[in-house]
Design a protein around this ligand. Structure first.
Ligand code: KIV
Ligand code: ZN
Length: 519
């Protein structure tokens, strides 16, 4: 059907639904723009039926993002298909991705359906979507633990009904590459009109086999891989986009197949996702980890200096890792900043530019060098605020070897400035967070605290991610600043704002994607 592998990105759906990776609609739109720059074929923008927020976000991405096909996930039920269609109908390039569990385990315990009824429901869903679009993907959830004969039967039925892409998910990351190769071969041989449809794979990484399984499927004729940036996703994650794409590029002589990915956009995409979600990539992660291109051993360093091919199978530039470029200094004007922001692919209003410019001047006074990454933080930093009930006005901390760390904080709550409050802690960050807690009086437990230096040097901007839990709700907040205590306070306040948003959604009767998984 096609001589290249389509890249179906599910960072905003499967990735986003994993703990610590949630994004609000503004963040999803920023990420979707970057995915379009990266050159993915399809963006799964969300699950339109799961909440009005998700519906709006799918719709916004569908109508605002050029290039990739935008799809919504839908269960095989009428209201889900209708939500997906209503969100996307009229968008330039869109489709529907519908799914049902096909293993006996899922049919019996999750869905309480027999095999025949599951086929009938799937056919009905595809036919319903078909009235509005020809881009219809059908997924057999838990395919790798399903009876292959049944898979042939259900896939054949949905092809007859109009499905154009058949997705074979390894939902629980269970299958081995050899078994998966056999399964894909069997399906390509036996499914009705198999040569008229695209076979897709969607592999989870529970045994660390997601990339290998995806690639072996390509060798067996699959022509779409579903994956995520940085491999985020349920549990151990999904196949990571950068790994499967670079494997096919670096080992072109083996795979003999291309993707449409602009690989120089891989690292900027990875970095942006980290910034938006606060979910940090492990240092030894293939392709995008901090150590992926660093050489520690003397013998290796010597070899790389003489000829980088000795220890590097790809060069860092090919995935968009470049030496930090000095972009602007404290004498740069608004016009130069505007040009840089546009060159970096961001579309900002006049008001946004004014705000960024003010912050840029403050930053340029503090830092000797201002990098693209710094500017990216200024641009996205403001956009990633949710509803802002709480604002940090100022935070000052006294700490050292001879003093009890004490913070003084002033905040704004619903637009009203609070009186200064002072409190102590085990260290300067603890003191700042304790003081904020004293002001807002929201009982919560800190479940994770991560600091990452996004730019280089001792004047780097630190990005802090803080996860908190309160009343059974978990949220992650982010903050960035050259001062790590201030970044931590901002991250905590951001988490509190997200908590408020989540609480109000729950009180309004809206539910999360996780709570929505059964038919
Ligand atoms: O893992 C899975 O099976 C899924 C499907 C909905 C495609 O995410
Ligand atoms: Zn999945």
């Amino acid at each position: 059907m096609t001589d290249r592998v389509r890249i179906f990105d599910t960072t905003l759906r499967d990735g986003e639904q994993s703990p610590g990776c949630s994004m609000n609609s503004e963040e999803k739109l920023i990420m979707a723009r970057q995915l379009s720059r990266l050159g993915v074929d399809t963006i799964e923008a969300g699950f339109a039926a799961s909440s009005p927020g998700d519906f709006e976000s799918v719709r916004q991405i569908g109508f605002e993002i050029d290039g990739p096909m935008i799809v919504s996930l839908c269960r095989v039920i009428d209201s889900d298909i209708d939500a997906g269609v209503n969100a996307l109908d009229g968008a330039p390039n869109w489709g529907i991705h519908t799914f049902i569990g096909t293993s006996d385990l899922h049919l019996k315990y999750k869905l309480n359906l027999d095999r025949k009824t599951a086929i009938e429901k799937s056919v009905r869903a595809v036919e319903r979507a078909k009235k509005h679009t020809t881009n219809i993907e059908f997924s057999a959830e838990d395919a790798t633990r399903s009876d292959p004969n049944y898979l042939v039967e259900i896939f054949s039925a949905v092809v007859r009904a109009g499905a154009t892409i058949l997705n074979v998910p390894d939902t629980v990351g269970y299958i081995t590459p050899t078994e998966f190769a056999k399964l894909i071969m069997r399906l390509r041989n036996d499914v009705y009109n198999a040569d008229q449809v695209i076979f897709s794979v969607h592999c989870h990484n529970d045994l660390g086999l997601a990339a290998s399984n995806s690639l072996v499927a390509v060798e067996m004729g699959a022509r779409q891989i579903e994956c995520t940036i940085n491999g985020i996703g349920e549990r151990a994650g999904n196949a990571s986009l950068e790994e499967v794409v670079m494997a096919m590029k670096v080992r072109q002589s083996h795979y003999r197949i291309d993707t449409a990915i602009k690989t120089e956009q891989i690292f900027p995409s990875s970095r942006l996702l980290t910034k938006l979600t606060g979910s940090v990539v492990q240092a030894n992660k293939a392709i995008v980890g901090a150590n992926a291109f660093s050489h520690e051993a003397g013998i290796h360093q010597d070899g790389v200096i003489k000829n980088s091919l000795t220890y590097e199978i790809m060069n860092p530039e090919s995935v968009g890792i470049t030496k930090n470029q000095l972009v602007l200094g404290k004498h740069s004007g608004r016009a130069a900043l505007n040009e840089k922001v546009r060159e970096m692919g961001f579309d900002v209003s006049k008001e946004e530019l004014n705000r960024i410019f003010k912050q840029f001047k403050i930053l340029a006074d503090k830092k000797k060098t201002v990098y693209e990454e710094d500017i990216e933080i200024l641009i996205t930093g403001d956009k990633i605020k949710g509803i802002e009930r709480y604002q940090l006005v100022n935070v000052n901390v006294a700490s050292g070897t001879e003093t009890i760390p004490t913070a003084t904080v002033v905040m704004e709550i619903d637009g009203e400035k609070t009186a200064p409050m002072a409190f102590y802690g085990d260290g300067p960050v603890d003191a700042a967070l304790n003081t904020i807690k004293e002001i807002v009086k929201i009982p919560c437990v800190l479940t994770s605290y991560v600091v990452k230096a996004i730019t280089g040097g001792t004047d780097a901007q630190g990005v802090v991610s803080i996860s908190i839990e309160s009343g059974g709700i978990s949220v992650t907040g982010r903050g960035s600043h050259t001062d790590i205590v201030v970044a931590s306070a901002l991250a905590f306040v951001n988490a509190l704002n997200r908590l408020e948003l989540k609480k109000s959604l729950k009180e309004g009767g809206l539910i999360s994607i996780k709570e929505y998984q059964t038919v």
